[in-house]
Design a protein around this ligand. Structure first.
Ligand code: HEM
Length: 397
């Protein structure tokens, strides 16, 4: 069995700058690593495609933190909406039921109908750039997906700064006591917000997803609030980084940028490559062993937490030729940036559409686009958690 990885390795500046380089030397030591997770939880990390794919769809690995996670008991609070009653936090048959209900409202048609609006918001945001420079995350990559998800759900987009703060706290749990307090406050605020809004939509329905879910009357209030929080958070914490990480990948690889400009029909393929090369979700959300099991010869006791490094899986050299090279013409791209199995991302069609429109339009409208800072000045969010993304991306054009 390989040595335990110290939990801190996920928080080093080296890791947040380039996790892939940190994983490369580990590959020879085995695909499954115990992690020294504080305070003494059994945790494991899988870094190869074969076992990662199998684990993402293994019914013995439960998403139900309330039943299996010591981890859950350490960080969650009684009012913790995210680890509660939404599809990403439960197993079948609840998962099947919750996903089916939300899928009825979140249809491919409803998503496709958003296309002109996504284009319009993109155009407006780019038109508001001023003076040949922009901070691409704050001025573009963040507002676009949050405006879209707010409009889809029926949440006032003016409230987006509130969500940004709440969701940053909810999505990156840490063990600091002060942080737990702030998380608890964010969870309470989000719950109160959605409780009020769903009451309003029940009284006066509109053409939005909250009204559609309320009208179905198939979710308990807790499930409704938990689901809305999941959609809001999943809908923007990720897509912002598809745009940010994708644009940075192009700016660092000018040959690929020129190729994409010359052949815009490669855009859908390029977005798949951005997802593989430096996707927004570095590791899957946690799973818990519902029984003792063995993965690639490593014994995993019941109750242990298991993470799949989606980032490392996307760079597995046994599946992807030249995995560290950005190649927007890559065929047979078997990335798992949207997960795999029953929890495969429900928002993938929306995220793909937003990523294609955002990056395609930026390249069209800003022919001189280039990085507005040095490599050393780039800073990554030190999440140590699931989401991977920059804290700022200054550009010139
Ligand atoms: C699930 C990635 C955008 C809604 C997931 C999972 C991943 C993922 C990896 C599975 C997690 C796991 O199994 O542990 C992404 C990426 C996105 C993105 C990379 C953007 C590029 C979105 C958007 C929405 C969304 C825009 C909705 C508005 C969901 C939901 C689930 C999910 C509801 C749970 C599905 C289930 O449990 O059945 N996403 N996501 N995602 N995502 Fe996304």
């Amino acid at each position: 069995m390989p040595d335990k990885l110290p939990f801190e390795f996920l928080f080093t500046p080296e890791f947040s700058r380039n996790p892939y380089a940190v994983y490369t030397p580990l590959r020879g030591q085995g695909p499954v690593f115990p992690i020294d997770f504080p305070p003494g939880f059994e945790a494991y990390l899988i870094i190869d495609h074969e076992h990662g794919r199998a684990a993402l769809n293994d019914p013995r690995l439960s998403k139900d933190m309330q039943r299996f996670g010591d981890y859950f008991r350490a960080i969650a609070t009684e009012d913790d909406i995210l680890f509660d009653s939404n599809m990403l936090s439960v197993d079948p048959p609840d998962h099947t039921r919750l996903r089916r209900i939300v899928s009825k409202a979140f249809t491919p048609r409803r998503v496709e109908e958003l296309r002109p609006r996504v284009q319009q918001i993109t155009d407006e945001l780019i038109s508001s750039f001023d003076g040949g420079t922009a901070e691409l995350l704050d001025e573009f990559a963040f507002p676009l997906p949050i405006i879209v998800i707010c409009e889809l759900l029926g949440v006032p987009a003016d409230d987006r700064d509130l969500f940004r703060e709440w969701s940053a706290l909810l999505v990156n749990p840490t063990f600091e006591p002060e942080e737990v307090e702030r998380r608890r406050a964010a969870a309470r605020a989000t719950t109160a917000y959605f409780r009020e809004l769903s009451k309003e939509r029940r009284a006066e329905p509109r053409e939005d997803l909250i009204s559609a879910l309320v009208a179905m009357d198939e979710l308990t209030e807790k499930e409704l609030i938990s689901t809305l929080s999941l959609l809001l958070i999943a809908g923007h914490e990720t897509t912002v980084n598809l745009i940010g990480n994708g644009v940075l990948a192009l700016l660092r690889n000018r040959d690929q940028l020129d190729l994409l400009r010359a052949k815009p029909e490669l855009l859908p393929n390029a977005v798949e490559e951005f997802l593989r090369y430096d996707g927004p979700v570095e590791r899957s959300t946690p799973r818990f062993a519902a029984e003792d099991l063995e993965i690639a010869g490593t014994r995993i006791p019941r109750g242990s937490m298991v993470h799949i490094s989606i980032g490392a899986v996307g760079r597995d050299p046994s599946v992807h030729a030249d995995p560290d090279t950005l190649d927007i013409t890559r065929s047979d791209n078997r990335h798992m940036a949207f997960g795999h199995g029953i929890h495969f991302c429900l928002g993938a069609p929306l995220a793909r559409m937003e990523g294609q429109i955002a990056i395609g339009t930026l390249l069209d409208r800003l022919p001189g686009l280039e990085l507005g800072c040095t490599e050393e000045e780039l800073s990554w969010r030190l999440t140590g958690s699931v989401v991977r993304g920059l804290s700022r991306l200054p550009v010139r054009f």
